[in-house]
Design a protein. Structure first.
Length: 123
């Protein structure tokens, strides 16, 4: 696992949204998907509101890598499934960062969404 540089971690964590492009089996990038991103500790996470059935999440399964852009940072990443032990910290990060969107944030706090929690690691 490659750790994030301090400034990149701060910028991505502070960004309101992240653009994620997963790689196809042939290595080309899919169109970007815009989503919420949170920082918990020294890690960056995303979740699919639709859980593992979400289209972008299913597409990510072919290679588990891609590119993100957020807060002025563009980075090649590996998508790692988060351990269930990380879910509570990620939940807290979503509540803290996006709690003002009460009716929306609850959608990323369901068991279905938790099952799609991905830790984004620098490549």
């Amino acid at each position: 696992m490659t750790t994030w540089k301090g400034s990149d971690l701060e910028q991505i964590g502070a960004a309101e949204e992240l653009d994620l492009q997963s790689e196809r089996a042939d290595g080309t990038l899919r169109d970007p998907v815009t989503m919420w991103v949170v920082r918990a500790g020294d890690h960056v996470y995303v979740r699919s509101v639709k859980g593992p059935d979400g289209p972008w999440y299913r597409a990510m399964q072919s290679r588990h890598q891609g590119r993100i852009e957020a807060g002025g940072v563009q980075q090649e990443v590996t998508f790692r499934e988060a351990d269930p032990g990380e879910y509570a910290d990620v939940d807290a990060a979503y509540r803290d960062k996006y709690g003002r969107y009460t009716s929306i944030v609850e959608h990323v706090l369901t068991d279905r969404a938790r099952a799609s929690t991905l830790r984004l690691e620098r490549r």
